[in-house]
Design a protein around this ligand. Structure first.
Ligand SMILES: [Zn+2]
Length: 353
């Protein structure tokens, strides 16, 4: 099969001992959604193997990795009030990163071209040394799963890697890690950082040195719906077509789904389906590997199946779409959409859109 879901019960071992939204139940909700929307029969599950620590040291500084390893020995404990380390956390981390690396090996052996790894804990807020870009906490993330995969692909000789992050929060760790790296195009869709953790990721943040223009922050006002996502997806596609990535990686978070719980966006299943289907239709990528980030309730139940259906090349089985109010749409166009286009047009040919 072209598509494989990478999962192991080890991913349930990262488990809080107090009430916390990032808990093993999340993956059960996701599987319930796959069943509810009739996708189970289409899906082959691939068992991951653990990564070794060397892949992590490639991205994160030695002192921080050693610190986390020591915390693992003293679990249960926490890195900060948002980010816990349970007895099974380290094992879950190694199998999550191992799952991403295995997806790539599987592709190289001709056994699939589209993969979604149900990584836990999530990773996109983790910078080189933990907290990224002055964030107050690590936001449930310990090591940056998708960045570790991207670093591995750079070592394998890839020169054009695109990371599409549609989690509702800014992927500040990923942005920090690759800020000076022109071979990584990072397009991040997120709620306006003035209204949501971690408070970073503005359209003016474009990368530095030779990498300038390769960091793209597309932000949404609160209560924005699928129509706003469609507008920015067009811009993302315009940039992607010019960058010509050899591989598409996703930081796949589903917390922008209407009423998912931790944010204020109104995305429906349509957005998550388009994030896969439009990219496949218009770019025809050779390889796609997605890593799970956020999503805490309905986003996992409905958004994740819609995204997976997109990866499978079938229609959105959920069929939910939400339109922004006229007031929100008006604000978006005047204050965000057109100014962002102007900024990006300095580096990409946007106006031909
Ligand atoms: Zn998130």
């Amino acid at each position: 099969m072209e598509f494989k879901l990478v999962y192991s019960d080890v991913y349930l071992k990262h488990e809080p001992w107090f009430h916390h939204p990032e808990n093993p139940l999340r993956l059960k909700i996701l599987f319930k959604g796959l069943e509810k929307y009739g996708l189970t029969d289409y899906i082959e599950v691939l068992e991951p193997e653990p990564a070794d620590w060397s892949s992590i040291y490639k991205v994160h500084v030695e002192g921080y990795v050693n610190y986390v390893r020591r915390l693992g020995e003293h679990a249960p404990t926490e890195i900060d009030p948002d980010t816990y380390v349970s007895k099974g956390t380290i094992e879950s981390i190694l199998y999550s990163i191992g799952g991403l690396l295995k997806a790539y090996r599987e592709y190289k052996n001709g056994r699939g071209r589209r993969f979604f790894v149900l990584t836990r804990p999530p990773g996109h807020h983790a910078g080189r040394a933990g907290k990224a870009m002055g964030a107050p906490t690590q936001g449930f993330c310990i090591f940056n799963n998708i960045a570790i995969l991207a670093a591995h692909l750079l070592d394998e000789g890839y020169e054009k890697i695109a990371i599409i992050d549609f989690d509702v929060h800014h992927g500040n760790g990923t942005q920090e890690i690759f800020y000076n790296e022109p071979r990584v195009l990072h397009i991040d869709f997120h709620q306006d950082p003035r209204t949501l953790y971690p408070g970073t990721g503005y359209p003016e943040d474009l990368g530095s040195g030779k990498a300038i223009g390769t960091k793209v922050n597309l932000i949404f006002p609160r209560h924005g719906g699928d129509d706003l996502y469609e507008d920015f997806l067009e811009i993302a596609l315009t940039i992607l077509k010019q960058f010509k990535p050899q591989v598409i990686l996703y930081s796949a978070g589903f917390d922008a789904y209407f009423m998912d719980g931790l944010a204020d966006m109104k995305a429906g299943s349509k957005t998550f389906h388009l994030m896969a289907s439009k990219i496949i239709e218009e770019l025809k990528p050779e390889l796609i590997i997605a890593s799970l980030e956020g999503g805490y309730s309905v986003g996992l139940e409905k958004g994740a199946p819609a995204f997976i259906a997109g990866l499978l090349g079938i229609e959105d089985p959920v069929g939910e779409s939400y339109k922004s109010s006229i007031r929100v749409r008006d604000y978006f166009e005047k204050k965000i959409y057109y100014p962002t286009r102007r900024i990006l047009n300095e580096y990409w040919d946007i106006y031909k859109l």
